[in-house]
Design a protein around this ligand. Structure first.
Ligand SMILES: NC(=O)c1ccc[n+]([C@@H]2O[C@H](COP(=O)([O-])OP(=O)(O)OC[C@H]3O[C@@H](n4cnc5c(N)ncnc54)[C@H](OP(=O)(O)O)[C@@H]3O)[C@@H](O)[C@H]2O)c1
Length: 260
């Protein structure tokens, strides 16, 4: 796709998004901005355009992706608003109510506006991204689908499910990694070297995901295939449940509270 994209705020999420899109769309012209020149060096080394001037970067683009922290979003939007006329705005900023964001961008004359919550695997084109349409047309919808479908999977949802998706898939990256860390620590206690334990935990999680995806079954159906009656897997699972595994995961997912 021949596009001009500006990523305003190329930190962890904005930067990963810029690199994922650069990999998926080599023909696109992608400009990233940040507060400090040092942040931009790694992007210049990867062939992206860089700038410390948000309005100039946004002016040159057809698609503007906002990647700054939530408490900076309003100020940075005010800075670029005068040049957003006719452009597609994609905000990666989590936790801002749709009505509030719509209020900030109301008069900008945008072609479309979306909140997209990806996860950090977007850099490697394996994100699970949730999309909320704030304003748009079938054409902008298709563009957002094309962009975020090329860097993983993407699902269009309403606001309530956006927050659920954020907990499951965006914060979920940390939750999944915490499982990997816990499994690796257990593996070391059982006698594996730390590097062996991390590799084993990681490959096992990856394999379980591939297996489930390929078979299209429910997780519990696959668990049944691993559990011999009276065997060690069911003993391990039951010990984990006694320690609160499922309840702990659900409590973590429900920790999100809307901002007052
Ligand atoms: N991290 C995630 O997994 C994740 C997932 C989904 C959504 N998000 C959302 O993504 C947003 C960014 O989070 P993050 O974790 O990527 O934060 P981050 O790593 O701190 O990145 C923010 C970036 O914004 C830049 N910045 C700050 N002020 C700026 C300004 N005035 N103009 C241009 N750039 C500016 C910073 O530049 P310097 O580096 O030069 O200071 C920094 O690179 C948040 O709103 C968050 O809700 C994050």
């Amino acid at each position: 796709m021949d596009m001009k994209i500006a990523v305003i705020g190329a930190g962890n999420m904005g930067g990963a998004t810029a690199l994922g899109l650069a990999s998926a769309f080599p023909q696109a012209r992608i400009t990233v901005t940040a507060r400090h020149a040092a942040t931009l060096e790694k992007f210049a080394a990867r062939g992206l355009q860089t700038s410390l001037d948000n309005p100039a970067a946004a002016r040159e683009a057809d698609i503007v992706i906002l990647g700054v922290k939530p408490w900076l979003a309003k100020g940075v939007l005010e800075e670029i608003l005068p040049v957003l006329d006719g452009k597609l705005l994609i905000s990666l900023v989590a936790g801002i109510p749709a009505a509030e964001l719509q209020g900030w961008i109301g008069g900008a004359g945008l072609r479309g506006a979306y909140t997209v919550i990806p996860n950090l695997a977007i850099e490697y084109r394996e994100s699970m991204s949730f999309v909320l349409e704030l304003a748009g047309t079938p054409e902008t919808h298709a563009t957002v689908q094309e962009l975020f479908g090329a860097v993983g999977r993407c699902a269009f949802v309403d606001e309530r499910r956006l927050n659920a998706g954020m907990m499951l898939a965006s914060c979920g990256t940390a939750f999944a990694l915490r499982y990997v860390r816990a499994a690796a620590e257990g593996g070391v206690e059982l006698g594996l070297y730390p590097s062996e334990a991390v590799e084993a935990a990681l490959q096992t999680v990856k394999g379980a995901a591939v297996l489930l995806e390929a078979r299209g079954t429910h997780p519990e159906a696959e668990i049944d295939r691993v559990t011999t009656p009276g065997g060690i897997t069911i003993k391990g699972l039951n010990a984990m449940e006694e320690a609160g595994f499922t309840a702990a995961v659900i409590a973590g997912l429900k920790a999100w509270k809307p901002a007052k």
